[in-house]
Design a protein around this ligand. Structure first.
Ligand code: AMP
Length: 548
């Protein structure tokens, strides 16, 4: 069922990859995928403006996998993906492995903070795709363990983040070692001038892909109360069931990304006594009709659906739209919430936002010109209060029904107990089954992840001296380039902790970072204090020096 939009099978990808996507439950390409994949398959360079959550990983990974030859591929990697953090590198490597399973793709993630030996072993056995953080990739290049001469594609993922984290030198060093005849792909959530300069320097006449932002016509925006809820992935199903318990929608639709997600969420909700029904593109028309009738007839409260499945669905009774993920394109958000708030009725749109998806919420706000306020996920206390108030309503409604039998029992019990106590006990029985736990609150902004490798890139490998006895070194992510002088470091440490200047040992300031010796038993205190303060007017990353 594909009424509009592209299909993966139209993009020119090989069948093994299409099978993998079907197995993952992807029903249709996201806008960035429809645009980027055909262009990348022709071998052109590409600059894509896309944030996390848009499906950018598959957009650059599928063409790479499509080109992997059958048979013996030798040992040297054909594609190198550079990512700003180890988390992203791992995530991207996992995604590529899952897309590339059927083509036998050998994928390796390399990042700092992890022993290098297993990486060396994997590289020497042979890999097709390396996903790495710039620091560790440079390290492997210097060791000679990573060979780039067979490279066909280089991808800079989250290029703006990489520059913001100070990886410009590493990127230059890496890109100066890749074959001139290669495809270069740059993805970035934002395109500031420094990204444009970088693209100009390293990319050859790139295609530009930016998802069209058609503004919503005035008056077209539906009357919908929108809220976003920040929640970590592992708590999403619980958060959703709690929101549903508090909102009590008459009829709701919950949008998921994939069929697999539809199925697992439906099960999770059912196990929490929510009357949920799955609806996805893999179902027959008869199955779909049955589900729809349950919703219309009131035996189901909500549908869990993919966008494809929900297309052409006509339910005017919908009161709530829930985005279980921030949709991959801002336009999709507008289409989804347009399903409620029709014909002048008020609708409610709830969006669950994982910390990494926040930028996409900003993109939606930009498109619609409306702020989507964040609201806390209901707490256990909220939940109890809302259940209690529902019970109160039900109790009052029950007063006007036939209570003859119940009355007899109460009369009997009231001979020995206070009627007020009896009523309270009855009420508490209704609520006996709340075994809820609090969902951890996600802080509004999480600090930027630290670079995983602080070593300066250029020049010969330098062995750093270890700290003096009883001392330990603190790594501070600012150096000469930020005009840091010894007095700034001593000032910051003495100012923020109880340490005196005399207790501070040797100070080493390089271009991009500094190392300061402090008494080993004060290391944690100093790290904590410096993290909470500023150096030269800005926040910098601070941690115990790993190389000490
Ligand atoms: P990314 O922007 O690459 O981080 O992808 C965001 C999420 O969307 C990941 O969980 C992907 O598995 C998922 N995803 C990517 N492409 C699709 C698609 N065409 N349909 C459904 N889910 C997708």
């Amino acid at each position: 069922m594909q009424p509009d939009g592209d299909r993966f099978s139209d993009l020119g990808l090989r069948p093994e990859l299409l099978d993998a996507l079907t197995a993952l439950g992807y029903e249709e390409p996201t806008p960035i995928q429809s645009e980027a994949i055909p262009a990348l398959l022709t071998g052109q360079d590409l600059v894509g403006q896309a944030a996390t959550g848009t499906g950018k990983t598959a957009a650059f990974a599928l063409p790479v996998l499509h080109r992997l030859p059958d048979g013996d591929r030798g040992k040297k990697p054909r594609a190198l993906i550079l990512a700003p953090t180890r988390e992203l590198a791992m995530q991207v490597a996992n995604a590529i492995s899952s897309y590339g399973q059927k083509v036998g793709a050998r994928v390796l993630a390399v990042y700092g903070g992890q022993p290098i030996t297993p990486q060396l072993r994997a590289l020497s056995k042979g890999v097709d795709v390396v996903v790495g953080t710039p620091g560790r990739v440079v390290d492997h290049l210097e060791r000679g363990s990573l060979k780039l001469d067979a490279l066909e594609t280089v991808v800079l993922d989250e290029a703006d983040e990489m520059l913001d984290m100070g990886f410009a030198d590493e990127l230059d060093a890496i890109l100066s070692q890749v074959p001139a005849q290669r495809q270069t792909v740059l993805f970035s959530a934002t395109l500031p001038p420094k990204i444009a300069r970088m693209a100009k320097k390293h990319l050859n006449d790139p295609v530009r892909v930016q998802i069209e932002r058609e503004a919503v016509a005035a008056g077209e925006a539906p009357k919908v109360t929108q809220t976003a809820h920040l929640v970590n992935r592992e708590n999403k199903a619980v958060a959703l069931s709690r929101l549903l318990a508090v909102h009590q929608p008459t009829a709701a639709i919950v949008f998921c990304r994939t069929r697999a997600e539809v199925d697992s969420l439906t099960e999770a909700l059912k196990s929490r006594s929510v009357r949920a029904e799955a609806l996805h593109g893999g179902m027959t028309q008869a199955e779909r009709d049955r589900v729809m009738n349950r919703l219309r007839g009131g035996t189901a409260d909500l549908l869990v659906a993919t966008d494809v499945a929900a297309r052409g669905l006509d339910v005017d009774l919908l009161t709530h739209v829930v985005n279980y993920n921030v949709p991959s394109a801002p336009e999709t958000y507008v289409h989804r919430i347009g399903r409620v708030g029709r014909a002048g009725r008020e609708g409610v749109a709830l969006t669950l936002v994982e910390p990494r998806e926040r930028r996409m919420v900003e993109a939606i706000e930009h498109l619609t010109g409306t702020k989507i306020p964040y609201a806390p996920v209901p707490t256990v206390a909220d939940l109890r209060a809302s259940r209690m108030s529902a019970t109160k309503d039900a109790l009052l409604a029950a007063l006007s029904t036939d209570l003859e039998d119940a009355r007899k029992v109460v009369k009997q019990l009231a001979k020995e107990h206070d009627p007020l106590d009896l009523a309270a006990a009855a009420l508490s029985l209704v609520h006996a089954s709340t075994d809820e736990e609090e969902i951890p609150v996600v802080p509004p902004r999480q600090p930027r992840p630290e670079r995983d490798d602080a070593r300066p890139v250029r020049g010969p490998r330098q062995e750093r001296k270890g700290p003096a006895t009883g001392m330990a070194k603190v790594y501070i992510g600012a150096g000469r380039a930020a005009n840091v002088a010894p007095k700034d470091l001593v000032g910051a440490i003495a100012g923020e902790t109880h340490l005196s200047g005399k207790q501070i040992g040797s100070i080493e300031i390089t271009e991009r970072f500094s190392l300061v010796e402090v008494p080993a038993h004060e290391l944690d205190t100093v790290v904590k204090a410096l993290r909470a303060s500023v150096i030269k007017g800005r926040k910098v990353s601070v941690r115990p020096d790993r190389n000490a």
